[in-house]
Design a protein around this ligand. Structure first.
Ligand code: URA
Length: 263
């Protein structure tokens, strides 16, 4: 029999969930984790009791080799002739599970072909909702920082992220997720053809430079994907550590000077 929930009970349940920190819907229906656990235990017991096992013989293990996600990404990215095709190819790419928990693929914002390309880490909640990178609090700080240096995403800045899908609960991207999306990022930089790249934060340094340690890396020009690149503190880090804005400002001046050919 269907049990109807009255308005007050439904509201109380919703408020309770909000208090428990539930603020995202990940699937259409509820998942009964207890039932899954019971089913897994039953399946394990059945495997134990299988004739092959009882007779002492173990069923031969056959390695089932699926397509390699990184190779697939390399092929898909290479096949994209322009930015629209790249966005399309990423939308079709099925190997990264993050896509299932995300509302939108966050591809880019700003001016395609702009001289400065910023590479952030991954979309957060606001970016996932709007489908654009850096639109939440960190993004607003980024816009103020850029504005102070005479730069803006409406004129001379193009922005993307290492990952196009929001990781659940904003956890750090996993190494395999970075590895499989990296071919797309590399192609993105090649197609956007910026003069300079800004690598924001540790995850982006890990992806493009193969190393972390933003406190040491920031401020020193390096090369990434054949372009002069500047690692900088991530604006989310600056929100937590306002004292580091001093260094960020120095880095912005260095970016501006390089852009104007003064160094
Ligand atoms: N942080 C990022 O690195 N990228 C975004 O798009 C938003 C927050």
């Amino acid at each position: 029999m269907e049990s109807a929930l009255d308005w007050h009970s439904a509201r109380a349940l919703l408020e309770w969930q909000l208090e428990m920190g539930v603020d995202e819907v990940l699937s259409d229906g509820p998942v009964d984790r207890f039932a899954l656990e019971v089913a897994a235990k039953q399946a394990a017991a059945e495997r134990q009791a299988s004739p092959a096992k009882r007779g002492g013989a173990t069923a031969p293990l056959r390695a089932v080799k699926g397509p390699d996600p990184v190779e697939e990404a390399v092929k898909a990215a290479r096949g994209a002739a322009d930015l629209d095709a790249l966005r399309e190819a990423m939308g079709q790419y099925a190997h990264c599970d993050l896509r299932h928990g995300a509302r939108n693929l966050v591809f880019c914002d700003g001016v395609a072909g702009a001289p400065v390309m910023i590479v952030g880490e991954a979309p957060g909640r606001d970016e996932d909702r709007q489908g654009k990178p850096f639109v939440g609090r960190a993004g607003q700080l980024l816009d103020r920082m850029l504005g102070a240096a005479g730069l803006s995403r409406d004129e001379n800045v193009y922005i993307t992220n290492v990952l196009p899908w929001r990781p659940p609960q904003n956890r750090d991207p996993k190494p395999d997720e970075i590895a499989m999306m990296l071919p797309f990022l590399k192609r993105h930089i090649a197609l956007a053809q910026p003069k300079l790249v800004v690598i924001m934060g540790n995850i982006s340094c890990q992806a493009l430079l193969g190393k972390r340690g933003i406190t040491r890396l920031r401020g020193d020009w390096v090369e990434a994907e054949g372009k002069p690149a500047l690692p900088m503190f991530h604006p989310a880090y600056l929100l937590r550590n306002p004292g580091a804005k001093r260094e960020a400002w120095k880095d912005l001046l260095s970016l501006k000077a390089r852009l104007e050919g003064r160094v």
